[in-house]
Ligand binder design. Structure first.
Ligand SMILES: Cc1cc2nc3c(=O)[nH]c(=O)nc-3n(C[C@H](O)[C@H](O)[C@H](O)COP(=O)(O)OP(=O)(O)OC[C@H]3O[C@@H](n4cnc5c(N)ncnc54)[C@H](O)[C@@H]3O)c2cc1C
Length: 511
């Protein structure tokens, strides 16, 4: 056998098998693309269900999204995947009534153009209440400043402050990013959370024009789209397709160790089933895709490449979603449009955002019926100590439901009594909203360079790609393509193996 320059044995034949650790959307998409190139794929997921942050729950008889409910329309990444999966016809756009902000003075309409709370026209009358006269005047300067002003700022906060001033930052952009990314704009890398924004600023000469151009580039002018029936259909359809193509899906097994397979070229993982006496099992694959959260990925991979240890990410904020189904005909008129983002300075409300799901999505309104409404409140602002659990998130479920009902009354401006509550559910997420801090892109590049020291392995997922399905899907597919190219898998490889002919392995399958 010949040898690579680094002394590793050169592979004689292209790999025939792959192992994916983590069954969120990134793991499912990786498994799909590997299987499509003819590889025998095993995917191992710690939880009993697949899909990670894209899943479903039932509240008052309605099947709703328990995590992600939409995707950004700024690229074709998600729409292309949905088309492949036959879900393209189910793409829907949110109601055009727009969203609101909850500021210390009360509820005001949010900018209805632009992105991330950055208004395309900061002088629009709709924004006077939020910005005040002085704020509007300062924001208007953006049009007169030379394009280079703010260009060297790496954080979203720095860029907005330099171009449009403090008021736009605090009143419009910060409520948006704390609601969506659980982070202040000063702590977010502008290129990670708003890809293309700085380029558009260079082209259009002002931040407002850049934000407007990115918004107009989205189909139907909407920044986001969803699926009729919910985004959970994406996970469900990916899983069905993987089962159909013979991918071995192992759920309920936590991967606790990663090793090189001593018997043949490739990787093996040790899995442990936390219930039923911590039973362990082994799964193997010549190629490895690590699709877990950042902490787990670094812990497992660093046992082989110590340098990776320094990339262990800070724990992301813990968040809780309280979904309430209430009977209140006064909400039929959608008094706060599709929902509100709450300013950190607002008093009397502890939620950071509220989505009026039955006003935002027609399919939810139809499923709920007249007078019945679905309100989704999110809790868990970033804490100064990244390891601290936000106080609301640690409340017991019944107390959090009571708090959510009281917050919903204040935010919607419509009193809601416990007797009107038809159903409620609390879903808690940890490590699901990793923060793309300043310098994120460089850290990811450094991590991936260090990871390249390990043969036939890549890492994918929101902690690297940035939060959001558009980023995660695009990055996962690019990484898997690169892995296959590097391993010499031919483009026209045979379709995935027939499940009936997949040879048995030592890994128990969980149905
Ligand atoms: C509440 C919420 C709402 C969101 N809303 C939106 C939205 O509306 N639009 C949008 O675009 N994005 C949204 N997001 C973000 C989006 O859902 C995520 O960016 C994306 O789903 C991340 O996918 P992933 O595969 O990287 O990670 P995850 O979905 O977190 O999957 C990682 C998987 O790895 C598994 N795992 C971890 N450790 C191990 C181990 N040792 N062994 C085996 N398995 C392991 C985990 O159990 C998990 O299933 C939301 C996220 C949350 C939490």
């Amino acid at each position: 056998m010949s040898a690579e320059p680094d002394g590793r044995p050169a592979r004689r034949t292209p790999p025939r098998s792959a192992l994916v650790v983590g069954g969120g959307v990134s793991g499912l998409v990786a498994a799909r693309d590997l299987a499509a190139r003819g590889l025998r794929v095993t995917l191992v997921e710690a939880e009993d269900h697949l899909g990670g942050a894209v899943g479903a729950h039932q509240v008052a008889g309605l099947v709703l999204d328990s995590g992600a409910e939409s995707f950004a329309t700024r690229s074709r990444a998600v729409p292309d995947l949905l088309d492949e999966l036959g879900l393209g016809e189910r793409v829907v756009y949110p109601n055009r009534s727009g969203s609101w902000l909850f500021l210390p003075e009360g509820a005001v309409p949010a900018p209805d153009s632009g992105i991330l709370g950055i208004p395309a026209d900061p002088t629009a009358p709709r924004l006077r209440a939020a910005l005040g006269r002085a704020g509007v005047l300062r924001a208007g300067l953006d049009r007169r400043l030379p394009a280079f002003v703010g260009m060297t700022e790496r954080s979203l906060g720095g860029l907005v402050r330099a171009r449009m001033g403090e008021r736009v930052l605090d009143r419009l952009v910060a409520p948006f990013t704390t609601g969506v990314h659980s982070a202040h704009p000063d702590d977010l890398d502008v290129d990670a959370v708003a890809p293309g924004l700085r380029r558009a600023l260079r082209e259009h000469g002002s931040l407002g024009a850049a934000a407007g151009a990115l918004r107009r580039a989205a189909p139907a002018g909407a920044n986001v789209a969803g699926l009729r029936g919910g985004m959970n259909a994406l996970s469900e359809t990916l899983v069905h397709d993987l089962e159909r193509t013979g991918v071995k899906l192992v759920t309920g097994y936590d991967v606790i160790a990663l090793d090189r397979d001593p018997r043949r070229e490739g990787w093996m993982v040790i899995q442990r089933q936390p219930r039923f006496g911590h039973k362990t099992a082994v799964a193997r694959g010549e190629l490895l895709v690590m699709a877990t959260d950042g902490a787990a990925a670094v812990r497992l991979l660093a046992s082989h490449e110590e340098e990776l240890q320094r990339f262990a990410p800070e724990p992301g904020p813990q968040v809780a979603l309280a979904t309430l189904v209430v009977d209140e005909p006064h909400l039929d008129g959608a008094p706060r449009g599709t929902g509100l983002l709450v300013s950190e300075d607002a008093r009397g409300v502890r939620a950071k955002a509220l989505t009026h799901a039955s006003a935002k999505w027609d399919w939810v309104r139809q499923a709920a019926g007249p007078g019945r409404h679905v309100l989704r409140l999110s809790y868990g602002r970033a804490q100064p100590d990244a390891t601290a659990v936000p106080p609301e998130v640690s409340l017991p479920d019944d107390q959090l439901v009571r708090l959510a009902l009281s917050d919903a009354s204040t935010l919607m401006g419509v009193p809601l009594r416990p007797a009107q509550l038809v159903g409620a559910d609390i879903v808690r997420w940890r490590s699901a909203l990793p923060r793309a801090g300043v310098g994120h892109a460089r850290r990811v590049a450094d991590f991936r360079r260090a990871l390249a020291q390990l043969p036939d392995a890549v890492a994918v997922g929101g902690w690297l790609a940035g939060t959001g399905l558009a980023s995660v899907v695009a990055d996962t597919r690019a990484q898997v393509r690169a892995l296959l190219a590097e391993a010499g898998v031919p483009d026209d490889a045979a379709p995935a193996a027939d499940p009936a002919r997949t040879p048995p392995t030592s890994t128990p399958r969980k149905d």
